[in-house]
Design a protein around this ligand. Structure first.
Ligand code: PLP
Length: 396
């Protein structure tokens, strides 16, 4: 009976339903392109939600993966391994922050940042534990990360909530200062709110937050999970504002498509005692070797300039398309961009583009988001713009 029921199911039925997916199965990826089981090719401007920073299956990662796979995978986080030391060192050199704890995802790194800030608050802020976060911010899907996020749809989900995350509007410095109490230990935000639809924290806001944090003796935590590793044209998003966080959180681009995250902090803040933090996969040699290969590639001379130039090129073409179809402005930096559609046609346009073999994301009903591989070519941008032009015409 059970076997008969199983036989009658569609090929997708064994997967838990967590989102709406088109009935297409991808089997191959190369650079900015994906191929499905029927041989149809798709131009990918989502790239695993901004994780494949070097595109699909880049040679540099295939080589690093192959070499490390026959060398050492995991010797337990209770021991040092060579790639973990090298990657932590590369992050320290690039960021100016001293110490890293590796995780397996962005949300786990956020959890680590919350734990570190609370521990620091226990020692330095008289038991303070509150972390001020932003309306519409996104920090991941574990319980504390959800509580820290400002997503309206999550307001009453999975209650009771983890307490201690008062919210303020993005770019409202006065609201942040008003929200600071003796219980506050930190302010946490994304330099650009990606999931919310690409809303930029202004340089003045970030600089103001740094000053406020210094004045009140609290920490500044930047969630660079989406903006880090070259996405905005600088290695880290905070470089645009010239502001150093006390704690920074990385993931997505760090693994070039594979799961690794990082909790990175100034040495003065690193107050974990043995046993406070850990995890059996954390800092494994395999993933750390992949992270090293990504950082070396993104750190090559000219790589970030190319990201900036392609971002300018994509922005100009989106603006031209916007003028043609009566849309609004382009938001974002580097290759994390959004187009304001001025009407709620985002999902319809993304679905139409998908039919024509282009993957784009609609993070809000009235916006499209673009997060291609950082090495996407101008010819591929032209192709995507052509497909988007057609999709906007079809949807109206
Ligand atoms: C800014 C930000 N923080 C945290 C996360 C959560 O990362 P992960 O999905 O790796 O848990 C994301 C994922 O989209 C993100 O964009």
């Amino acid at each position: 009976m059970l076997q008969a029921t199983l036989n009658a199911r569609s090929p997708f039925d064994s997967l838990m339903e967590i989102t709406s997916r088109p009935p297409v199965v991808f089997v191959q990826g190369r650079g900015s392109w994906l191929r499905d089981t029927t041989g149809k090719d798709y131009l990918d401007f989502i790239q695993g939600w901004a994780v494949n920073c070097l595109g699909h299956c880049p040679d540099v990662l295939t080589k690093a993966i192959t070499a490390q796979a026959s060398q050492l995978l995991n010797c337990s986080p209770s021991y040092y391994n060579a790639p973990m030391i090298k990657l932590a060192d590369l992050i320290a050199q690039r960021s100016g922050l001293h110490k890293t704890f590796f995780t397996n995802s962005g949300a786990e790194a956020i959890e680590g940042a919350i734990k570190l800030a609370r521990k620091w608050g226990k020692k330095n802020r008289n038991g303070g534990f509150e972390i001020i976060t932003m309306d519409h911010g996104f920090h991941g899907r574990t319980l504390a990360a959800m509580a820290a996020s400002g997503k309206a749809q999550w307001e009453t989900l999975f209650e009771p909530k983890v307490p201690g995350f008062p919210k303020v509007p993005l770019n409202d410095l006065a609201a942040v200062e008003k929200a600071i109490t003796p219980k506050t230990v930190a302010v946490m935000l994304e330099p650009i709110q990606g999931e919310a639809g690409v809303f930029v924290a202004t340089d003045e806001f970030l600089q103001g937050l740094r000053k406020l944090a210094n004045k009140h003796g609290i920490l500044l935590i930047l969630d660079e999970i989406q903006t880090g590793i070259g996405r905005t044209g600088t290695f880290f998003g905070f470089e645009h504002a010239g502001v150093m966080p006390d704690i920074m959180v990385l993931a997505k681009g760090l693994g070039g498509g594979l799961p690794i995250g990082a909790l990175v902090a100034h040495e003065d803040v690193c107050c974990f005692d043995h046993g406070d933090q850990g995890g059996t996969f954390n800092g494994n040699a395999f993933m750390a070797a992949v992270g090293c290969a990504v950082l070396e590639e993104v750190g090559k001379v000219g790589f970030l300039q190319q990201v900036t130039q392609t971002g300018i090129y994509l922005t100009a073409h989106l603006e031209a398309l916007s003028a043609k179809h009566g849309c609004g402005g382009v938001r974002g930096k580097g290759l994390l961009l959004a187009l304001d559609l001025k009407r709620n046609i985002g999902s319809a346009v993304a679905a139409e583009a998908f039919k024509n073999g282009v993957l784009i994301n609609a993070p809000r009903p009235d916006s499209l988001r673009f997060m291609p591989a950082l090495n996407v070519s101008q010819a591929e941008v032209d192709q995507m713009i052509g497909a988007l032009d057609k999709a906007l015409k079809a949807v109206g």
